[in-house]
Design a protein around this ligand. Structure first.
Ligand SMILES: Cc1cc2nc3c(=O)[nH]c(=O)nc-3n(C[C@H](O)[C@H](O)[C@H](O)COP(=O)(O)OP(=O)(O)OC[C@H]3O[C@@H](n4cnc5c(N)ncnc54)[C@H](O)[C@@H]3O)c2cc1C
Length: 464
């Protein structure tokens, strides 16, 4: 697709040349995300609107010329959501990056979508507050990208995911119309839940230009530990046992031996690499409650043969443990040239069974699998590794992915817990959505975007 000259002329006039990029190296960078599969054509232009009015202007222009627009935050999505599948322009939201207000009377923050997740955390911490949805990518991801993907995070077991923290939004429809929903209220049932629709819509319904987010008071104390197990299944059984015992840790993260080794090879933190699995457990709250939960949690862990490998003695050690966890995803990209990162989710009681099924599938297809993730949510990152040039190995890995999806759905689970569908999983969406639900979803997309210009090619299996 070649962009019509009157369109590019009008775009440059609207935004100013400093907010429009067409250098080949820029186009390459904006043609992919953390899935690492570039769009065949890439974008023809990348625009950086400086404010909401510019976003509305760009959308109105694109609607008039029927130009595809792909919104983009930091580009660390895992399913190709911000990859321009049908050419056109990429709209990078990174210049709308102001924290507009921190209202500590109402425990809310009003932000632009390009604010980096961690920057909000850093800004509210001195006020004794925090924003709970904390994806492992928080140092780079944007809040707009988090909302568009309904990102989960490392403390979702206790605090929930992004959708539980979005109180209000301003957004621009594909034809340039500016809308608003919600506000600073914690309750609001006027009309349909448009915020609920926007959260997790993967940039296919509207472009988010402002967010009102709920904050919580920081917990008084935290205990953070690594618990070692002799098998991944025992670690999975401990997760199910902890939940069954009505203990709600802040975080309950699983790492299998290959992921522990991969990170230790990079960071050299002295984390024990002989365990078959580690659980990173964090408990927070009031001192007495944390102590009581800690003792009950130990009982569950010991009953499955686990033992404490390391407990953080101070904030610096806690940060090192968390850095270890956050480094897994980048560290395992070093193991083979292709990493297919899936994020299935099952009811938490099914954790031991899904781990056993994954082991069986890996053995049957003779493919290397690295497993880690938010076990306390039943959400596992199953990484299938292959060498890109080995077509047979790649095929076996892809076949194994499909079997893992089937196993997850058979156990009452889903093909994605937090990464979304994007390009990567649209051919599997029917495993979770019936034809009727898929048709209804499509009608919702058409109501927002009748011309089909906003992030086309995503989510729906029969899109090009
Ligand atoms: C190392 C690593 C760790 C990760 N850990 C986690 C984790 O723990 N939990 C988790 O949930 N995810 C995780 N992810 C995935 C990823 O970080 C999240 O999906 C994140 O929300 C993406 O944010 P982003 O700003 O990079 O969005 P992008 O990748 O740029 O875009 C994601 C989607 O959002 C849309 N979008 C972006 N901005 C807007 C906007 N303003 N309006 C409308 N649509 C918009 C895009 O069109 C796209 O569909 C991880 C990724 C990496 C690389």
């Amino acid at each position: 697709m070649t962009l019509p000259a009157p369109f590019t002329h009008a775009l440059r006039q609207l935004l100013g040349p400093e907010n429009v990029a067409d250098a080949p190296e820029t186009l390459v960078c904006y043609s992919l995300d953390a899935m690492n599969e570039p769009a065949p054509e890439g974008p023809e232009l990348v625009v950086f609107p400086p404010d909401e009015a510019a976003v509305a202007g760009v959308m109105a222009l694109c609607q008039r010329f029927r130009i595809p627009v792909t919104p983009r935050g930091a580009g660390v999505g895992m399913t190709g959501g911000c990859v321009p599948a049908c050419g056109g322009i990429v709209m990078a939201m990174t210049r709308l990056n102001r924290i507009l207000e921190i209202d500590s009377d109402n425990l809310v923050a009003v932000v632009e979508p390009g604010v980096v997740t961690q920057h909000l955390q850093d800004a509210v911490k001195p006020l004794g507050l925090f924003y709970p949805p904390d994806p492992a990518s928080a140092n780079t991801s944007t809040l707009g990208g988090n909302v568009a993907e309904c990102a989960g995070g490392l403390s979702a077991v206790k605090y929930g995911v992004t959708k539980h923290y979005v109180l209000g939004a301003r957004f621009v429809l594909p034809d340039g119309t500016l809308c608003a929903a919600g506000g600073k209220m914690v309750k609001n049932v006027v009309g349909y839940d448009l915020l609920g629709l926007l959260v997790g819509s993967e940039g296919t319904l509207a472009v988010i230009t402002q967010l009102t987010l709920k904050l919580l008071p920081l917990p008084e104390v935290r205990r953070t530990l690594l618990v070692a197990f002799a098998s991944v299944e025992e670690a999975g059984a401990a997760v199910a046992g902890i939940i069954r015992a009505r203990i709600v840790p802040t975080a309950l993260e699983l790492m299998d031996r290959p992921s522990i080794r991969a990170v230790e090879d990079v960071l050299h933190y002295g984390i024990p690499t002989d365990a078959e699995a580690l659980l990173l457990v964090e408990i927070d709250g009031k001192p007495g409650d944390v102590e009581a939960d800690f003792l009950r949690l130990l009982e569950q862990v010991k009953a499955r043969g686990g033992h404490i490998a390391l407990e953080a003695a101070d904030a610096a050690q806690r940060e090192r443990i968390w850095e270890f966890r956050r480094t897994i995803s980048p560290a395992i990209t070093r193991l083979k040239s292709l990493k297919i990162n899936e994020d299935i989710v099952v009811p938490r009681s099914e954790m031991p069974r899904i781990l056993r099924r994954i082991e069986e599938i890996a053995a049957r297809f003779q493919v290397a699998v690295v497993c880690y993730g938010h076990a306390g949510d039943g959400n596992l990152h199953v990484n299938l590794l292959a060498e890109r040039q080995d077509r047979d190995e790649v095929k076996r890995a892809l076949d194994a992915v499909e079997e893992i999806f089937k196993a997850s759905v058979a156990l009452g689970g889903a093909i994605s817990g937090e990464h979304g569908i994007g390009l990567a999983k649209k051919r599997y969406i029917r495993y979770n959505l019936s034809p009727e639900v898929l048709a209804l979803t499509r009608r919702i997309k058409q109501a927002f975007d009748p011309a089909g210009i906003l992030n086309p090619g995503k989510i729906f299996p029969d899109e090009p």
